[in-house]
Design a protein around this ligand. Structure first.
Ligand SMILES: C[S@@+](CC[C@H](N)C(=O)[O-])C[C@H]1O[C@@H](n2cnc3c(N)ncnc32)[C@H](O)[C@@H]1O
Length: 225
């Protein structure tokens, strides 16, 4: 897939959301974590400040800070309009309204931008597109995370997802994927097939999360070697 800047819609979450989506406890946060498709999330920068080890992978890390900042500003109004149009698909309890949502997302993405050049130099933001092979040894990470990418973009197809998850499982001892629904909040046939596939070889668990913003997006898939 060729990644063009004008087709990227950057939108990122923060560390509190990551901890709730992935049920990351204090012990988990002491482990070596890899984030796949972290994009402009603040997870990496906030984890670094807390003394944790997080390496993020995403195709958007091929772009410069200036390019990403400009693109974030460019799509901000459109994304917020889409959120307003689809307001009923979300639960407005933890995040109370659209203004608060915009503030939380922009704060997260600004934290990412402020950390981006340093993080790249430190090897914490690595340009990589799943399912390509990573330049890392087997089991380099304890936990691999995918938030709002794998299993959600079902149009990428079953084979894409299997190849991507295989590569995550090569470099990580355990992976967690959130949420378990597609972009329309439906459980898809593909998700069922993916889970059945990994159950044959690995320890597969589905856990309920306290986090639920998109209605129905309240389960995390955990696959352990
Ligand atoms: C909806 S965003 C989620 C960002 C972040 N994980 C969060 O939850 O805040 C999806 C991310 O997946 C990334 N992505 C798209 N295709 C990818 C691929 N083939 N491999 C890895 N990441 C990809 C996008 O660039 C984008 O940053």
């Amino acid at each position: 897939m060729a990644f063009k800047l004008n087709s990227v819609v950057p939108w990122g979450r923060n560390i509190d959301e990551y901890k709730m989506m992935f049920i990351l406890n204090d012990d988990d946060m002491k482990k070596k974590i890899a984030g796949f498709g972290d994009g402009p999330a603040a997870f990496n920068s906030e984890a670094k400040k807390a003394g944790c080890s997080v390496t993020s992978f995403d195709p958007i890390y091929q772009f410069s800070r200036e390019q990403l900042q400009a693109r974030i500003e460019e799509v901000r109004v459109t994304v917020m309009q889409q959120m307003a149009d689809n307001k009923d698909n979300y639960i407005w309890i933890n995040i109370k309204n659209l203004d608060e949502l915009e503030n939380i997302r922009m704060t997260a993405m600004n934290k990412f931008l402020d950390d981006y050049d340093l993080g790249k130099a430190e090897g914490r933001y690595i340009y990589h597109e799943l399912p390509n092979r990573l330049d890392f040894e087997d089991n380099s990470f304890d936990i691999g995370l995918s938030s709002h990418f794998l299993l959600m973009y079902t149009a990428l197809g079953y084979e894409f997802h299997i190849n991507a998850i295989d590569e995550m499982l090569r470099v990580c001892r355990e992976i967690r994927i959130f949420p378990l629904c597609d972009l329309d909040s439906n459980d898809s046939e593909m998700i069922t097939s993916v889970i059945a596939h990994y159950k044959e070889k690995y320890n597969v668990e589905i856990k309920n999360t306290e986090y639920e913003f998109q209605k129905g997006a309240n389960r995390v898939l955990v696959i352990r070697k």
